[in-house]
Design a protein around this ligand. Sequence first.
Ligand code: ZN
Length: 311
Amino acid sequence: MTKTQIILNQLEKMKQSRIQAQLTADNNLALARQNSKFKKLESDMRKIQVEISKLAPNDEKVKELYFEYNKLRDASTEALKKIGLTYKDTVPQYNCPICCDVGFVNGKKCECLIKKVQEELLNQSGISKYSGHSFDDVDINILAKNPTLDKAYKIAKAYIKDFPNYKYKNLVFCGEVGTGKTFLMECIASELIKTTNYVVFVTSFDLNNTVIRSMSVPFVERDEVLEPLLECDLLLIDDLGSEPIMKNVSINNLFTIINERQRHDKCTIIGTNLTPQMIKERYGDRLVSRIFDLNTTLPIKLDGKDLRIQR
Ligand SMILES: [Zn+2]
């Protein structure tokens, strides 16, 4: 699902619950009004409200009227109680008291909508399969001991700050196992999901399987399968080189995705244990020239001891 679809879906859900809340309140009020005592009290209260609205707030009579109003209100609460209702039952109970389940306040997205969209983006990002690290988990002591990681960390921060307009659309983290590639990629993903970007996090193994699956589904469903990989704001491909190479199929799959994204100016981040030379040997010149197109891509080499051992 694209971000727009997620927002539209969420707005539709909110609309349904808003209608439901209004319907429940209307039904309860209709039930209460069948009680003649409640109906009379309600009408008397309305008359007092009208009187109050005609007076200046500091008019002495206002206090008197409020006193009268509260007396009637207590009586109507009693009347409601007799038919098994409370005042709360007669007004719509929205999930969000700020926007009343409309999703917008003064033309801006309400916090409740933003939160729901973030949750959905997180769910479908694939990052839940990982430990989902964020920058809060960064250990300053480890950065101080490891200049390449420190530099990569600063680049990651800048990439997020300027996203999606950082001077390089794409990053490639190269380095051996445990040098912090996946960690940094998770941090970038988590941070960008927070600002409701459409992020997809896959291993190169998953990516390959997804493309293979797209070939076996009916043609009309193909776009749906590939859409997250092609349409997301940021695609993170971890562990490039871990997938089995099958008769060039894997290479073509990877090429298609990366090429399409670059053609549409979409951001992609790759993490790999392979060196550029090994990538070239494994995938050939055509793919390597795409992955390491230095006009659009910043390769970042990570080295140092295995951080997982250091901790
Ligand atoms: Zn709200």
